[in-house]
Design a protein around this ligand. Structure first.
Ligand SMILES: Nc1ncnc2c1ncn2[C@@H]1O[C@H](COP(=O)(O)OP(=O)(O)OP(=O)(O)O)[C@@H](O)[C@H]1O
Ligand SMILES: [Mg+2]
Length: 454
């Protein structure tokens, strides 16, 4: 399932905006990224995609389900009618929608809102969302283990790992529970913890516990046949859903392994970082936010695709606002590539302020939002961060005063004005750090000029 098109009329700052999302004929990846300055409207776009999708989730849950509405404050100032429309393509087996006499795999629906006391010119049209939801309900009715598409929105306020001290007693998690809070709160770590414990309990019931394995290793040695046989048995009884979550976290966070629930001395979640065991609460903000995001996507996919060999290959749509939040540049750079590799059948719609995020993945569809207008930006793959800053984000790559003085220096060098050049160079060399690349280039030119003069 993927969003093909989306349009806003008189919503937030947008008068009329229509967009197509990847994958398209020219952008094979299923990642679309929006960049733009503060207040450009990125969050508005994602929020209303989530609003539209909430109707699908609500109607998968119940036939007459009601999703989120457009709030009065979201209607563009000075206008009376707002409309949000979405077009979804879903090529699931046996699913077709009909338009007049033709049939296709496209499903369109729209939500409208009129200001109080005004006359409405737009109306919500929800026929096709019902039709699509109906398909999934039928599928679940026929087969208890049928998969559902993941639909999730991670707003900027996604709370990072508020780790509950007490957790509720066991309850079961079925596919539908994968939608719990998926469109309003983003990361739901309480559920993550509860779910993880529940899965681990059932894993331990059918398998061999870590402590037992450690004892055997101590007694008979890790090379003994007993240990080898038992650890093989343990591997085969590993819970598929837990394995999926653990492997997703390992892919995004190299060096972090073996996420687990520990019961002693107090119930908590633990993870090994380069061989050292840490309570998850002790991780850094960036580590937590990465783990929470990836863990949450993986958990939901695992719950919703219980019959897949690899639940991470489940189908879905994931919206993430400011995807680079708290992340070190190294992680920002690999993020999109990693999302595509780890969750190959999910469509991602992202916003970012980071030049690194968008310059490291091929075939990504990048839109620049400027004053409510949208421009597609192609060919960013492999560009360095400076060029992206200059060309896409319209931002100087260095302090403007330093840049001015560097420019003046280069001009003097070109004119062959050795004395002024030497003076400017000396001043800059005093202030800038050793190894400044532009200054090093200027030093070479200066040396050349001096030699020529000599
Ligand atoms: N009802 C409205 N009518 C007109 N303009 C509105 C309305 N509601 C919000 N806006 C404008 O839309 C902008 C909010 O856009 P949004 O939050 O989507 O920006 P953004 O691109 O996510 O910015 P940031 O990068 O800072 O998160 C604000 O500048 C606000 O002035
Ligand atoms: Mg925003």
């Amino acid at each position: 399932m993927e969003i093909k098109g989306f349009s806003l009329t008189n919503v937030g700052r947008f008068k009329n905006l229509s967009i197509f999302l990847a994958s398209t004929a020219t952008h094979a990846s299923n990642v679309t990224v929006f960049v733009g300055n503060n207040g450009a409207g990125k969050t508005t776009l994602l929020k209303f995609m989530a609003t539209s999708l909430s109707w699908l989730v609500a109607r998968i849950r119940t036939e007459k389900g009601v999703g989120n509405h457009i709030a009065e404050s979201d209607i563009r100032n000075g206008t009376s009618n707002a409309l949000v429309s979405i077009g979804i393509r879903d090529c699931s087996e046996g699913l077709e929608s009909s338009f007049g006499n033709a049939s296709s795999n496209m499903f369109l629906w729209g939500i409208a809102r009129t200001r109080q006391g005004r006359k409405g010119s737009e109306h919500s049209s929800l026929l096709q969302v019902s039709h699509l939801a109906n398909y999934y309900r039928t599928r679940l009715t026929e087969n208890d283990k049928a998969s559902l598409p993941l639909i999730a929105y991670y707003p900027v306020e996604r709370s990072v790992l508020e780790i509950p001290l007490k957790i509720r007693t066991k309850h079961t998690f079925d596919q539908l529970d994968g939608y719990d809070n998926s469109l309003n709160r983003g990361v739901d770590f309480r559920r993550f913890f509860e779910w993880f414990r529940e899965r681990e309990d059932s894993e331990n019931e059918t398998g061999i516990s870590d402590t037992a394995l450690a004892e055997i290793s101590e007694k008979f040695g890790p090379d003994s046949d007993v240990w080898k046989t038992l650890s093989k048995l343990k591997a085969s009884s590993r819970d598929r859903q837990l394995t999926a979550v653990r492997s997703a976290i390992a892919a995004f966070m190299p060096g972090f392994t073996n996420l687990r629930v520990q019961r002693k001395p107090r119930l908590h979640m633990a993870i090994d970082k380069d061989g050292v065991t840490l309570n998850v609460a002790q991780l850094s903000q960036g580590e937590k936010s990465m783990m929470a995001l990836v863990g949450d996507i993986a958990r939901r996919l695992a719950m919703m695709n219980q019959s897949l060999d690899n639940p991470l290959h489940g189908d879905g749509i994931v919206l993430i606002d400011e995807v680079d939040l708290h992340l070190h540049p190294k992680w920002q750079r690999s993020l999109i590539r990693q999302l595509g590799e780890t969750f190959p059948n999910c469509q991602f719609v992202l916003t970012t302020h980071s030049p690194l995020v968008i310059s490291d993945a091929k075939d990504v569809l990048v839109y620049v939002l400027n004053d409510g207008e949208l421009h597609e930006h192609n060919g960013l793959y492999g560009l360095d961060a400076n060029q992206v800053l200059l060309e896409v984000m319209d931002t100087d790559i260095r302090n403007s005063d330093v840049q001015k003085r560097l420019n003046a220096l280069l001009e003097r060098l070109q004119d062959g004005d050795l004395e002024t050049a030497q003076k400017l160079f000396a001043e800059l060399a005093e202030e800038l750090p050793d190894g400044h690349i532009e200054l090093a280039k200027a030093a070479l030119l200066l040396r050349k000029l001096e030699l020529r003069r000599a």
